[in-house]
Design a protein around this ligand. Structure first.
Ligand code: HEM
Length: 482
């Protein structure tokens, strides 16, 4: 194939490599004084961690893990922080940066303007629609976001102080105003890496040609232009390369979604609707239902490979954990419901065996959990008292093709995936699908035509979000600095 030279010193670090992190803060700000901001930004750019630097950090962590330590003692985490920055369309406008060639209608309007289309709850319709979101995310007041990740709260907090100092926050020489910070933490102990419903996350992300060295069996790797603007694969709908300005090249769009999760309610539903199959206890029937709604067991084992019983061994094998296509039973959904979350969001052979490529619809997911573990009281009362959920983040070269398409045209679309030779309507993605009269078919392996009504109050509740452009280092230096 063609030689692809990705400039890893030019790309912000979280995009391709993902910050190693135990905790992460999204620091949302407005720009009050654009000229001053452009001057101060010069001192900030050296703090931005690139992909090359993140790879070095990861090596440091590995070396440290493998270093000898006292018997019985655990190696400490090494102190590490990563900083990235992104700008909303309103932010670029405030800086006087013309972004016509970003070519993304979702980005141009901002996420609040997109909320009705995404199916978020709210009031009014059309131009008068107001999402039922936290106030900070309404009204296009967020101009940018500092993403600060690290090994601990003190490390992240001191990085944030350093950033605030550069921009003079809380002094008369301040160019920005702090709107709000949202912090997330990896869950404790054995739940580390699992999202709050209990499922292992971060398993299936697209591998990027020219970046990822090992390509285990699974979905085809994507061209770098699926994530990075101006690179091979960043094409328009006719397959012609998009025309980008120089400062846009190697940048990426970041979607942030503030998604609350109602964990006790989710668990109650699974228990109330436990699959009563021969030989299964009530608990096992509830676990099986959960696995069929997600398309993976809590362990991460794919339902397509382990349909009726968990097989956690699959998760320890990089050659197996993502090596499935939903081909075994495309027309019957005895093995995996059409609407299962991982099938809705990456339908694999459902489309590709019908000659439709999924490449342009793939996203690089990052993100982290927020909020405490479920308390005894919440468990007892089977209702949420303390806010918790997912700070969902994903990167793509087109929000319209990536996040927006997956949410609107797949997760919320009851007829997706298509082409099955059965009259059964797939229904909503039970985890993230939004709309009226939510239900899905295929939850019961013994009678896939049976439909399961989902609660009118969804378990995943969007409380805000924004779309950001995350420029390259060159882009920052050449376009954003005065
Ligand atoms: C995969 C949970 C929101 C897109 C997964 C997995 C879990 C999960 C457990 C399987 C692990 C993996 O393959 O990495 C959740 C939860 C969400 C949420 C609890 C909300 C609180 C979203 C949203 C989107 C999305 C908003 C996009 C619109 C995906 C994609 C995959 C995935 C693309 C990978 C599918 C594959 O390649 O097999 N999610 N997710 N998720 N999710 Fe979500």
């Amino acid at each position: 194939g063609p030689v692809i030279d990705l400039d890893l010193n030019n790309i912000q670090g979280d995009i391709l490599s993902g910050f190693p992190k135990k905790t992460e803060t999204n620091y949302f700000f407005g720009i009050d004084n654009p000229d001053l901001f452009k001057q101060q930004l010069k001192n900030f750019i050296p703090l931005v961690k690139t992909v090359a630097q993140v790879l070095k950090d990861r090596k440091k962590i590995d070396d440290h893990k493998n270093a000898p330590h006292l018997p019985g003692g655990k190696p400490h985490l090494i102190k590490l922080a990563g900083v990235n920055v992104g700008f909303s369309h309103a932010g670029l406008a405030k800086l006087g940066i013309v972004d016509t060639n970003l070519l993304d209608t979702a980005f141009l309007g901002g996420q609040a303007a997109d909320a009705e289309g995404l199916g978020d709850p709210g009031s009014g319709t059309g131009p008068t629609f107001v999402p039922d979101w936290d106030a900070a995310f309404k009204g296009n007041q967020i101009h940018g976001s500092f993403l600060v990740a690290g090994d601990s709260h003190p490390t992240v907090d001191s990085k944030i102080r350093e950033i605030e100092k550069i921009f003079g926050v809380n002094t008369p020489k301040s160019s920005i105003c702090h709107i709000l910070s949202i912090s997330g933490d990896v869950r404790p102990g054995v739940e580390s890496g699992h999202e709050h419903f209990g499922f292992l996350d971060g398993i299936s992300n697209p591998l990027v040609i020219g970046f990822d060295q090992k390509i285990p069996p699974g979905p085809a790797p994507v061209h770098p232009g699926i994530v990075l603007l101006g690179r091979d694969g960043d094409n328009d709908s006719t397959g012609k390369p998009n025309v980008r300005d120089d400062w846009m090249v190697d940048g990426s769009f970041l979607v942030f979604r503030y998604l609350h999760q109602k964990v006790p309610e989710f668990n109650k539903f699974l228990s109330d609707n436990s699959l009563q199959l021969p030989g299964l206890s009530k608990k096992e029937g509830a676990d099986l239902l959960g696995a069929r709604l997600v398309g993976r067991w809590q362990s991460g084992a794919p339902v397509d490979l382990a349909p009726f019983e968990d097989d956690p061994d699959l998760v320890d094998h990089p050659d197996k954990v993502n090596s499935f296509e939903f081909t075994a039973e495309r027309d019957f959904q005895k093995i995996c419901p059409f609407a299962a979350h991982v099938r809705k969001t990456n339908p694999r052979a459902d489309l590709e065996a019908n000659g439709i490529s999924i490449e342009t619809k793939r996203i690089l997911r990052r993100g982290i959990q927020f909020g405490p573990e479920v308390s005894k009281q919440e468990q007892r009362e089977q209702r949420t008292i303390f806010a918790r959920g997912l700070l969902f983040q994903c990167y793509q070269s087109s929000i319209v093709n990536g996040f927006q398409f997956i949410q609107k045209s797949w997760a919320n679309n009851v007829n997706f995936p298509p082409f099955q030779k059965t009259p059964q309507v797939p229904g909503f993605d039970p985890i993230i699908g939004q709309g009226a009269n939510r239900k899905l078919s295929g939850y019961d392996p013994n009678d896939p035509s049976k439909e399961l009504a989902l609660p009118a109050d969804p378990w995943v509740v969007p409380r805000g979000g924004e779309y950001f452009f995350v420029p390259s280092i060159k882009g920052l230096n050449e376009k954003f600095v005065a």
